[in-house]
Design a protein. Structure first.
Length: 763
């Protein structure tokens, strides 16, 4: 602890204060009482946190063991420990209470485990063990696991624990969320079984400590006296359980400093509650609020664009980011025709960056949903652009995609034993290891593929009745799908196969964020197939993509979701798919209304502020989602970008100005959301026409044959000069036909380029 004092002059400024700006210094030196440090993106909050810890130790306000310092990730905890160690030397080794919420709670719980019926050597279950235990309880309760999946119950219990709810707190309404009211009962059985096993899951670590602190005043007093100072990073991401735990520990001394940014609260789906940071001053009256607003990362134009968007949120604590950096380039906003053109354009822009001498390691593409990565991966493979996926797998490496491809491989090639092995019991068909081993044994004995052996074993008594019946259905399905492959378009075959196999239903039943993402990926897979002439050609393309692995040490473009990018920064950032329904996500708006809209806007703020030098936002006029072309309008967040901070470009023959007019003409574009519909700017009137259209990407309400275009083949019922109607542009005459794209002279909108699937004939 004395290392700094021994190496510094008596009145010299401590080294940890050097280089800090005035608000950072204030955050370091304001030690007593509740302090809320609102730290905007790129404002040096880690430097301030580290210096504050060093200051508490250096001034002997507390011994290292008397400071509770909580982070959200092990990486953040390691970084904090290393930084403090460089300032205070060996004293950092005496900080046993610096770590993540779960790590610190686990350390506490091991000391008091007997108070909740556990022993100190309790086991912490991983996700697989948790699911296995829950499945046993579901089967014992005679509940149909296919109808009420185990993962759904696991997710529900995790939500309850994040809210600090024990089984006795679960009312009838909450219990109804699983198996017609059985949720609370199963939660109680699960907790009882965990105690019997001397085990707990991650949610229990905090929940058990909450119970102990609430019911054992002596334990609460012990920790309230022990922790002279409490520091919390990323406070905007705390859930109810974490919030209650911290509030209990801080009530005695009230020396709690929370660092966070309400504008970067983007994890509600993990239980985070932005309200926790918003009500800090109410929880701790007299709290001092310090704003870190000087940004060291981004240019003024980037900060201006981000601030203009986030200003549309209500109920903010408020701050104004500024920087001393050069003004730099304005944020680029580029409108393109469709998804493939978006990928091509991003590739061209990255080439410009690379030719200027910049490293690809300093370039990132941020998507709202994982299924968006596929188009960029395929494009980059085609042009030889090295890339990596962060926070997830490459598109064709994801488990659900590999499973779907295995089904298609079995249909395409009966001798593909590896593919058959992968799908024989996915989804679960009651075919255990013994049944599969018998199929293998017969295949080896007869020198035949597994699919042939599976068909032959059905004529024997080698399998039990249930397994035999299940295998018989699978063998019959595979044979039927092969027959269908001779006459049905391969993309449509894939849709039917995934539905009929029960694979799609498996994820639909889960009703979780992860399952929704997997379903989106499967839809994108089917969409990708439409670009190839045959199933064989598509599978060959996938094999080539999977084999294309660039050198791990070579500079690579980073592709990731916006959520995964939080805390990271790059010189150049491409923000793609900024269209209504995709970003903000229509599903989020439908489920959460205004609250979800504001979180989506915070996500936009986080996305823009990842860029140091250049941010490029792209939106497409058309995008194929779930197999259908959707006409899109730019995200409302594009309309919220201040004009003085952006350069707008469009390749859509004036289309961008039409969409901007639709947003600007509306006095209150968010009135529908405020009324609780969650759909944003309801019905808009197209400029210059008497027609109306929906602001979200509208499904085309036509026959399947005309609404879905496979590949680039155009409709055969259209001809030059024919009078047609378009939902947005009204009536017009066809001037040019190019595949499935038309040039139409509209009576009130002029000439426009549209997809043939969006027009009807002489209505």
């Amino acid at each position: 602890m004395n290392q700094i004092a021994q190496t510094s002059a008596p009145h010299a400024e401590p080294p940890y204060l050097r280089g800090l700006n005035p608000p950072q210094r204030e955050a370091v030196l304001t030690t007593d009482g509740p302090v809320l440090i609102i730290a905007g993106a790129g404002t040096g909050k880690t430097a301030a946190l580290t210096a504050r810890l060093a200051h508490l130790i250096f001034t002997r306000k507390a011994w290292p063991s008397e400071i509770l310092s909580v982070t959200f990730t092990n990486k953040a905890a390691r970084e904090m420990r290393e930084r403090v160690g460089r300032l205070v030397g060996d004293a950092v080794e005496g900080m046993p209470w610096l770590g993540t919420f779960h790590a610190i709670a686990a350390k506490m719980l091991r000391r008091h485990a007997e108070l909740v019926g556990l022993q100190s050597n309790f086991t912490i279950l991983d996700t697989d063990d948790q699911l296995r235990l829950l499945k046993q309880l579901i089967l014992a309760a005679d509940i149909d696991e296919k109808r009420f999946p185990t993962r759904s119950l696991a997710g529900l219990i995790d939500q309850w624990k994040n809210k600090g709810l024990v089984p006795a707190d679960i009312d009838a309404g909450e219990s109804e969320r699983y198996a017609n009211g059985r949720g609370g009962e199963l939660y109680q059985q699960y907790q009882t079984r965990l105690i019997a096993l001397n085990a707990c899951d991650f949610g229990d670590l905090l929940l058990h400590m909450l119970v102990i602190l609430k019911t054992h005043r002596d334990v609460l007093s012990l920790y309230q006296q022990r922790f002279k100072y409490i520091m919390v990073d990323e406070y905007q991401d705390t859930n109810s359980s974490q919030y209650l735990w911290l509030r209990l520990l801080a009530q005695e001394r009230k020396n709690i400093a929370c660092v966070g940014d309400d504008d970067q609260s983007i994890y509600s789906w993990r239980g985070a509650q932005v309200e926790n940071i918003l009500k800090f001053e109410r929880d701790f009256p007299g709290a001092k609020v310090i704003r870190l607003e000087q940004n060291y990362r981004s240019t003024p134009h980037i900060l201006g664009a981000a601030s203009g968007v986030i200003a549309n949120n209500g109920g903010r604590l408020g701050k104004q980011l500024w920087t001393e950096r050069d003004v730099g380039e304005k944020v680029k906003v580029i409108g393109v025709w469709d998804g493939p053109e978006e990928a091509r354009r991003v590739g061209e822009e990255i080439d410009i960056v690379r030719r200027s001498g910049k490293s690809l390691d300093e370039v990132a593409i941020l998507v709202r949903a994982q299924h968006q990565t596929r188009e960029f991966e395929d494009r980059f493979i085609a042009i030889g652009m090295p890339y990596k996926i962060v926070g997830g797998f490459r598109f064709y490496e994801r488990a659900e995609i590999r499973d779907a491809l295995a089904y298609l491989r079995v249909v395409n090639q009966p001798a593909d034993d590896l593919a058959f092995e992968r799908i024989v019991n996915v989804p679960k068909r009651g075919l255990g290891d013994k049944a599969v081993a018998r199929i293998h044994q017969l295949a080896r004995a007869t020198g035949t593929p597994l699919t042939t052996a599976a068909a032959r074993i059905l004529d024997t008594d080698e399998l039990t009745g249930a397994a035999k019946k299940s295998l018989g259905r699978l063998v019959g399905d595979i044979a039927r799908w092969r027959d269908m492959a001779t006459s049905l378009p391969h993309a449509e075959l894939a849709r039917q196969l995934l539905d009929e196999s029960g694979y799609t239903a498996m994820y639909q039943a889960e009703k979780s964020v992860e399952a929704t993402g997997r379903l989106e990926n499967l839809s994108e897979l089917v969409r990708a197939m439409e670009e190839y002439d045959s199933l064989g050609a598509f599978l060959e393309h996938v094999s080539l993509v999977m084999d294309n692995e660039g050198g791990a040490q070579d500079p690579q473009v980073t592709i990731m979701t916006i959520h995964a990018a939080k805390g990271l920064e790059y010189d150049t950032v491409f923000l793609v798919g900024w269209e209504e329904g995709l970003f903000p996500s229509q599903r989020s708006l439908d489920e959460g209304g205004v609250k979800s809209l504001e979180e989506e806007r915070r996500l936009a703020y986080v996305a823009i502020t990842r860029a140091r030098r250049l941010a490029v936002i792209l939106h497409a006029a058309n995008r194929r989602i779930y197999g259908q072309w959707n006409s899109s309008i730019p995200s409302r967040f594009v309309a919220e970008l201040p004009a003085e901070h952006i350069d707008t470009e469009t390749t859509m023959s004036g289309g961008a100005s039409l969409w901007q007019a639709n947003w600007s003409d509306r006095a209150d574009p968010f009135a529908d959301v405020a009324r609780g519909t969650g759909r944003g700017p309801g019905w808009q009137r197209a400029a210059g026409t008497g027609s109306t259209f929906n602001a979200k990407p509208a499904r085309v309400v036509e026959s399947r044959s005309s609404a879905i275009s496979l590949g680039n083949k155009g409709r055969d019922d259209l001809s030059l000069g024919m009078r047609v109607f378009h939902q947005k542009f009204g009536y017009g005459a066809i001037a040019e036909i190019e595949g499935n794209k038309l040039e139409i002279d509209f009576e009130t909108s002029g000439r426009k380029r549209v997809m043939d699937s969006f027009v009807t004939i002489n209505p």
